[in-house]
Design a protein around this ligand. Structure first.
Ligand code: AHG
Ligand code: MN
Ligand code: MN
Length: 334
């Protein structure tokens, strides 16, 4: 059996042999991975440590926070504030960015995260995760502000997610393909277990919260109706539906065996452009999916080209196998 490759070795090779990432970015990614280890441990302790249930507070989007949302947010802040690689951090769970305190050296990167994705699945012991995205602080900026985070996804230097499921996984891109690491809990190492993830171009699987069907816009309705019609319909084949309701788990399935994931905007709140957040959910997932050969749009344009107007901006999401994303995007045009 060939020797195992650790996350550190993988990143050192990207840094040294390919010159793809600076040493500071490698160190930052290792610290994020360490924080995910800690979050995964807290998740696995569950009721034993009393971490399930509501925190009794709500975040800037008006969503009730779970205890683990708060624990995961704090784990990421604590792990990342002193390393000297970051200028500031932004999170789903914080109204405004967190600037690195003056007692620590400041670095050139900005980190964004959804500390705990799939909160509604915490208490039912279904896979949840952490999503993150790394940007560069624009040159010449001494004091990072919220506006400096408002960069299109194409500017991401790295992105990834951890899934706390049957195994704890870390899926990562630094713009040179997508790699998957599995946490060896006995010795605390992340081992490379899939060197290059790739999304098959065609698929027979789709993911959408169908309970919102009555609120969908016509292009989404048309697309899903055609999938549901199966062999007898215009597509001529049967499709299968899967919905975990944790984006990390749904996207991980797509990176593993293909499929299309949709969270469209709908008629419930016409002013709200979808449910998922652009900067720390849709952009990092789009970067990963594109790096694995898939596509990601909001129904009209490539998600990664959207210029954000707000830190907690929402966006419609269609991502996964290229042919399907192109089809549903084309239905929006016609
Ligand atoms: P979060 O827990 O970070 O707020 O994100 C939840 C998101 C995403 O993970 C998932 O795809 C979607 O919400 C689930 O939505 P439904 O409740 O409509 O199933
Ligand atoms: Mn989320
Ligand atoms: Mn979350």
């Amino acid at each position: 059996m060939p020797p195992r490759i650790s996350l550190t070795q993988y990143l050192v090779e990207k840094q040294r042999e390919k010159g793809l990432i600076p040493a500071e970015l490698r160190l930052l990614l290792e610290v994020i991975a360490r924080a995910c280890k800690r979050i995964g441990y807290a998740v696995s302790r569950g009721a034993i440590d009393g971490v399930l249930g509501e925190a009794g507070s709500s975040n800037v989007q008006g969503e009730a926070q779970k205890k683990l949302d708060v624990i995961a947010n704090e784990a990421l802040l604590e792990a990342n504030e002193w390393g000297g690689n970051l200028a500031a951090m932004a999170s789903e769970e914080m109204d405004h960015p967190y600037t690195i305190p003056n007692r620590y050296p400041k670095g050139e990167f900005l980190l964004l995260f959804d500390p705990l994705d799939g909160s509604s699945n915490i208490d039912v012991n279904v896979s949840i995760g952490t999503i993150f995205s790394v940007l560069r602080l624009p040159e010449g900026v001494a004091e990072p502000q919220e506006a400096h985070f408002l960069q299109p996804g194409t500017k991401q230097l790295a992105a990834g997610y951890a899934v706390y499921g049957p195994s704890t996984l870390l899926v990562l891109t630094v713009g040179d393909g997508v790699a998957c690491f599995t946490l060896d809990k006995e010795i605390g190492s992340w081992w490379l277990t899939v060197e290059r993830m790739s999304v098959p171009e065609q698929t027979r699987e789709f993911a959408i919260n169908a309970s919102n069907a009555r609120h969908w816009h016509a292009p989404v309705k048309r697309y899903v109706d055609e999938l549901l019609a199966g062999r007898e319909g215009p597509r001529g084949v049967d499709f299968n539906m899967r919905w975990v309701a944790s984006m990390v788990a749904d996207v991980h399935r797509i990176l593993t065996r293909g499929g299309v994931f949709m969270y469209p905007r709908d008629n419930r709140e016409p002013d709200k452009p979808g449910k998922l957040r652009l900067l720390y959910e849709a952009n990092p997932m789009s970067f990963l999916v594109e790096q694995a050969g898939g596509a990601a749009t909001n129904g009209h344009q490539r998600i990664m080209e959207i210029v954000p107007a707000k830190l907690h901006e929402r966006v419609a999401v269609f991502l996964g196998s290229k042919a399907e994303v192109e089809r549903v995007t084309a239905y929006h045009r016609s």
